[in-house]
Design a protein. Structure first.
Length: 137
């Protein structure tokens, strides 16, 4: 399992990347680390790359996790693009979107171009490989 994130302050953007078997406790660690970072308060756009995960969680665990999370910056102008490629990843993302706190914030995409259009940013596939991502252990 690999979790990493990076702030692109010039684009008001947070990008996180998940790889391998993901348990919701791992996602919780990343969520807390991002929120505790001083740069978080300046960000209102996010891309989460879930394309390389295998989710290890029950439906009940997912529902509990959604209760734990709060929308980014509790800001109505926040936007969160979730990048997926498998049906289970898409289902998880759609569950998040169905939560009333997220319905106007979260969208699910299968391409980075879709994420860019929704967020009105320019982010490239190559940037997922940037060396200065913060790794969460």
């Amino acid at each position: 399992m690999s979790l990493k994130y990076k702030f692109y302050k010039d684009r008001n953007l947070l990008v996180d990347v998940f790889e391998g078997e993901l348990r919701l406790s791992d996602f919780r660690k990343l969520y807390i680390a991002e929120r505790e970072n001083l740069d978080f308060s300046e960000i209102n756009k996010s891309i989460s790359d879930l394309r390389s995960i295998k989710l290890k969680a029950s439906l009940a665990e997912v529902k509990d996790f959604l209760k734990f999370m709060q929308p980014a910056n509790d800001n109505k102008t926040s936007k969160w693009a979730v990048l997926t490629e498998s049906p289970i990843q898409t289902a998880l993302s759609l569950m998040l979107r169905m939560d009333s706190r997220y319905k106007d914030i979260v969208r699910v995409f299968s391409t980075i171009e879709g994420c860019n259009t929704f967020l009105n940013v320019n982010y490239s596939e190559r940037e997922f490989e940037d060396e200065d991502f913060i790794v969460v252990e």
